[in-house]
Design a protein around this ligand. Structure first.
Ligand code: NOJ
Ligand code: CA
Length: 477
């Protein structure tokens, strides 16, 4: 439904799949690429435009793939390069694009670059990482120091995350050149874009990190590389900043990232004033023509039904309705469409160093059972199989909302305009003739919308009188 000048992701819905937990093809308890390929029919039925896969590269998995030991391969738990090619091809047949997760800020300590770098001060790879004789006491993101002393060469190396994730030295031209090759390798294989890990801290000037001007230089370089492809490749950044002006800076003058994840939105809570504030301000600060990008959950945070909806499906539906009716590009995290909750992980089944397993548990398909999955099942949610057959389920609602978006130009490309509404109600117009209102309160409320109700979170058809926690999309008259 996008106009010819608009890129494919404009107005689109993308789906984040955590490969280890999505679908297991060989019964070893670990999701894999063949499993995901076997579930493309589901994602096509849901009608998503693309899939972002969490890291698929060989990795010792100290940080579950975010410690890459080879940027040109596929992790043996997940399959082979041929499996990835087949996934790209089959998804392409269904009009679904594949995005990989690029981890450029650090490698695994097992990556050959680091093995060489730490072998000697004279190694030609030495300057590829950040080494120092004297260091400060900054704390790393996962706790503990950001500098680790390496006995062999009597210097410290820098790592924002685990000691097993040494930071690359992005001030070095050779590192930038190496990554140009990595981007090209995947783009040439048909990968439609990349989610880029910790891009807001990519280039470091230790100890004061990060070096923002240099980050922007790298982003411009990547954008021109991505733009050199006939079908422009998408760069979507993990821009974990809470200041929206800063967030906007990663779009550059529309010559850096095409999309920068909006964490202020993710953490606003299900609160009308807070959400409206973030959305309006985002609209105001983004460069003209840039697209906002919205997500409620990802693999690093508590699942949204638990974090912002008190595990109440009425609230879950309202949050999904907002996600899917805002201007820009929306990302669903696998299980969001089911209303999947955060899962309690028994202490003896913890796998992650940073307590994030509860958001990464296996997808509850229901038709095929997981055998001895790597993380426990759970989520206090009905399975895909049972929700698919139930027109009143959260899944069916989510699919209806996507279908509505597809079929209505206002929802694909119409501008966002806030509407006056009572306290606790968030209402806005998209384009010329579509109104959306969410009553985010415990009492009935009245909103100034007139017309036909196209979708209600409660299956009702009153455009202006909303039940508690009801949301509606209205064809305005
Ligand atoms: C952000 C990723 O999303 C997270 O899962 C990872 O632990 C850190 N970056 C380090 O790569
Ligand atoms: Ca498997």
């Amino acid at each position: 439904m996008t106009s010819p000048q608009q890129p494919w992701w404009s107005g689109g819905v993308l789906y984040q799949a955590y490969p280890r937990s999505f679908a297991d093809s060989n019964g070893d308890g670990i999701g894999d690429l063949a499993g995901l390929r076997g579930r493309l029919e589901y994602l096509h039925w849901l009608d998503v435009d693309g899939i972002w896969l969490n890291p698929t590269f060989p990795s010792p998995n100290r940080d579950w793939g975010y410690d890459v030991s080879d940027y040109f391969g596929v992790h043996s738990d997940l399959g082979t390069l041929e499996d990835l090619d087949a996934l790209i091809a089959d998804a392409g047949e269904l009009g679904i694009r594949i995005l990989l997760d690029l981890v450029p800020a650090h490698t695994s300590d097992q990556h050959e670059w680091f093995v060489e770098s730490r072998s000697s001060r004279e190694s030609s790879r030495r300057p590829w990482y950040i080494w120092a004789d004297e260091v400060d006491e900054q704390e790393s993101v996962f706790g503990g120091a950001t500098w680790t002393y390496d006995e062999r060469t009597s210097q410290y190396y820098h790592h924002l995350f685990l000691p097993e994730q040494p930071d690359l030295n992005w001030m070095l031209p050779a590192v930038r050149n190496a990554f140009d090759g990595i981007l090209r390798f995947w783009f040439d294989r048909g990968v439609a874009g990349l989610r880029i890990d910790v891009v807001h801290e990519l280039v470091k000037d230790p100890p004061s990190r990060p070096n923002r001007p240099e980050i922007h230089n790298v982003l411009r370089r990547w954008r021109s590389l991505a733009g050199g492809y006939e079908s422009e490749r998408l760069l979507v950044g993990e821009t974990w900043v809470m200041d929206l002006d800063e967030l906007a800076s990663f779009y550059g003058r529309n010559d850096e990232l095409q999309l920068a994840f909006n964490f202020p939105f993710m953490f606003a809570g299900l609160d009308a004033t807070a959400l409206a504030g973030v959305v309006e301000r985002t609209d105001a600060v983004l460069p003209g023509g840039a697209l906002p990008v919205w997500a409620l959950s990802n693999h690093d945070v508590v699942r949204f039904p638990t974090r912002m909806c008190d595990e109440d499906d009425a609230k879950v539906r309202s949050a999904l309705l907002a996600l899917l009716t805002l201007r820009g590009t929306s990302f669903l995290y696998y299980g969001d469409e089911l209303g999947m909750r955060q899962v309690e992980i028994p202490p003896d089944q913890v796998r992650d160093v940073h307590g994030r397993d509860g958001a990464r548990t296996p997808m509850p398909w229901g038709d095929v059972e997981w055998r001895d999955p790597w993380l426990p099942l759970g989520g206090k949610v009905a399975t895909v199989a049972s929700q698919r057959g139930d027109p009143g389920s959260v899944l069916s609602f989510c699919r209806d909302a996507i279908a509505l978006r597809r079929g209505r130009d206002d929802l694909v490309s119409g501008g966002y305009a806030p509407l006056d509404s009572p306290i606790g109600v968030w209402a806005w117009r998209r384009g010329g003739a579509t109104g959306i209102a969410l009553n985010l309160t415990d009492s009935e409320s009245t909103v100034p919308l007139e017309g036909e109700v196209l979708l209600s979170t409660k299956g009702r058809d009153h455009p202006s009188r909303l039940e508690p926690w009801e949301g509606v999309v209205v064809a305005l008259t």
